[in-house]
Design a protein around this ligand. Structure first.
Ligand code: PGA
Length: 252
């Protein structure tokens, strides 16, 4: 059985004071509550160290939102895997659609980052998903297959144990338009089938595939009850302790 994983992607939100407030609030909301899923929070770089010390005595795990594909050196403005690990990160979001579209990250760059993360002991939350235009052209599965195949190039079956995949239809991100549970399940099942072809059925069955795109407290349970949806990557709704805690509680 796959364990569900709920991750909160804060994106470019919360300064240090606000970050302390949010994490403290979340700790209060979750204290004494029984939840069975893994929970990862992914604040901006500037909050990582503080959030790491605030969550030390909890089950909350820490992730970053991006990372450089190089070890170190003359890469102004970039952050390395080693730096992320040194402030307590276990995870890193890679290939988010905002990185792909706004910052022009290609499948090739994302693949380099994936390999860099894995070889440095960081677990990627590897994001894929089609745009509205691609869905309307009926090429969703082709797009997702290309992103999976290219992003996982030269990554071994053993390394797949340390990867979480997140299917996030771009048209559902931050728009309030969630994919229906059936729409999401259909793509998740296709992704799992593809991973079985690229690796083995065993690798595919063990892979956690999150759904992302306007996941809220009121739709989480239905999405998470689909057989191939193993968690959620949450944007907007992770910015308040109450909403994020409600999504965590919806994961069974
Ligand atoms: P959203 O963002 O929940 O605000 O739609 C999800 C994401 O981009 O990871």
């Amino acid at each position: 059985m796959r364990k569900q994983v709920i991750a909160g992607n804060w994106k470019m939100n919360k300064n240090l004071t606000e970050a302390v407030e949010l994490v403290s609030g979340l700790k209060v909301k979750l204290s004494g509550k029984k939840y069975t899923c893994d929970v990862i929070i992914c604040p901006p770089f500037t909050n990582l160290e503080t959030v790491s010390s605030l969550t030390k005595d909890t089950d909350l795990q820490l992730g970053a939102q991006n990372m450089c594909f190089q070890d170190k050196g003359a890469f102004t403005g970039e952050i390395s895997a080693d730096m992320l690990k040194s402030v307590g990160c276990a995870y890193v979001i890679l290939g988010h659609s905002e990185r792909r579209t706004i910052f022009k990250e290609t499948d090739e760059v994302i693949n380099k980052k994936m390999k860099q993360a894995l070889s440095n002991g960081l677990k990627p939350i590897f994001c894929i998903g089609e745009t509205l235009e691609e869905r309307e052209q009926n090429i969703t599965i082709d797009v997702v297959k290309r992103q999976v195949t290219e992003g996982l190039k030269d990554i071994s079956a053993e390394e797949m144990k340390n990867i979480i995949l997140a299917y996030e239809p771009v048209w559902a991100i931050g728009t309030g338009k969630t994919a229906s549970p059936e729409q999401a399940q259909e793509v998740h099942a296709e992704i799992r089938k593809l991973v079985a072809e690229l690796y083995t059925k065993e690798v595919a069955d063990a892979l956690v595939i999150q759904y992302g795109g306007s996941v809220k407290a009121n739709n989480a349970e239905e999405l998470l009850s689909q057989p191939d949806i193993d968690g959620a990557l949450v944007g907007g709704a992770c910015l308040t302790a109450e909403d994020f805690a409600a999504i965590i509680e919806a994961a069974k």
